[in-house]
Ligand binder design. Structure first.
Ligand SMILES: Cc1ncc(C[n+]2csc(CCOP(=O)(O)OP(=O)(O)O)c2C)c(N)n1
Ligand SMILES: [Mg+2]
Length: 349
């Protein structure tokens, strides 16, 4: 007990220093080189095109249950993917297709899971919100808001226990950030110095409620302050800013200093789920984000400005990406449904 409180107070001194300097210092954006820009462009475009196709298949009645699209938020997972090391884990909520693609999961397996087919990542039995791949270090896919925060803390505990040098990245939303289990997790993670980056994807809404209407304090990066966890607000629409902040947070965790909070300021263009008429915000608000802050358009403009890619080069990338997505969609419609006997497998009794 005495040791624990000593460690905690020592850490809170050092972390509060880091926290204030992290908040004040707005470092110049770390520029990307040509390869990084092209990589970010391709990866974000894959997520965008995949999600557009998923939306179409949903509209055609081919996807049952819920389907939450990630369009607009692509820079968050791609920037983090560019900073992480092999072995680092990701865990998230139900808005999870982009995270899976960023973790290098086959688009065919993701799309076939959405349509409930045999070749889906959960054998067609999990659907949009429940997919996993231990091999690729992706731990779901969770429909219970906030559940992934405590589970992600457990991943961090396992990393520390096994001394494997890996970091768990637990993603959750602005809405989830008001949940009790989030703070129980923060406390334990800081007390035991667990390697967890908590990534709050603040897309401004939890279903139809804006963050300002639901949260007593809206600087979510400071939600770990009472535990001594450093936090940083990041422009989540700029993949370069995301990568730089992620690298810093991951390094902090890898050095054994405990958890780190990144609040990604982002925006979802589509409704909460496919069944959301989105009457709680104006079309102008969405349009302004799309035209002024779109994460993919930002990279595209830089590539063109710097002469690193021509219109034709970018069209060729888009064609390639569309072909991969079309192949996934074709597979998701032709692969057979699971055998009836699968009803009795993968069940906890
Ligand atoms: C424990 C629990 N409470 C409520 C819900 C219903 N619900 C699903 S999503 C959601 C909003 C969460 O918003 P946020 O955390 O901001 O994530 P976003 O959907 O914006 O990505 C709610 C309340 C749920 N699935 N689980
Ligand atoms: Mg939200």
């Amino acid at each position: 007990m005495a040791t624990a409180s000593k460690t905690t107070s020592a850490s809170s001194k050092s972390t509060s220093r880091t926290r204030s300097s992290a908040k004040k210092a707005q470092p110049a954006i770390a520029e990307f080189d040509k390869d990084e820009e092209l990589h970010a462009y391709r990866e974000m475009l894959l997520i965008r095109r995949f999600e557009e196709k998923a939306g179409q298949l949903y509209g055609m009645g081919l996807i049952g249950g819920f389907c939450h699209l990630y369009i607009g938020q692509e820079a968050v997972v791609v920037g983090m993917q560019m900073a992480k090391k092999d072995g680092d884990q990701m865990i998230t909520g139900y808005r999870d297709h982009g995270h899976m693609l960023a973790m290098d999961l086959d688009p065919k397996g993701v799309m076939a899971e959405l349509t409930g087919r045999r070749g889906g990542l959960s054998k067609g039995k999990g659907g949009s919100m429940h997919m996993f791949s231990k091999e690729k270090h992706f731990y779901g896919g969770h429909g219970i808001v906030g559940a992934q925060v405590s589970l992600g803390t457990g991943l961090g505990f396992a990393n520390k226990y096994r001394e494997n040098g890996n970091v768990a990245m637990a993603f959750f939303g602005d809405g989830a950030s008001n949940q009790g289990q989030v703070y129980e997790s923060f406390n334990m993670a800081e007390l035991w110095k667990l390697p967890v980056v908590y990534v709050i994807e603040n897309n401004k809404y939890g279903m139809g409620t804006s963050v300002a209407r639901a949260s007593a304090t809206t600087d979510l990066s400071q939600r770990g302050a009472s535990f001594g966890i450093p936090g940083k607000q990041v422009d989540g629409m700029d993949v370069r800013a995301v990568k730089a902040a992620s690298a810093e947070a991951l390094e902090w965790c890898r050095e054994g200093k405990g958890p780190f909070i990144l609040e990604m300021i982002t925006y979802r263009y589509r409704g909460h789920s496919m069944s959301d008429p989105a009457k709680y915000r104006s079309k102008d608000e969405v349009q302004k984000m799309r035209t002024e802050h779109d994460p993919i358009e930002q990279v595209r403009a830089r590539l063109m400005d710097k002469g690193w890619a021509s219109e034709d080069d970018l069209k060729a990338i888009d064609k390639d990406v569309r072909a991969r997505v079309a192949e996934a969609a074709e597979f998701a419609q032709t692969d057979p449904e699971p055998d009836v006997s699968e009803l009795y497998t993968d069940i906890l009794l």
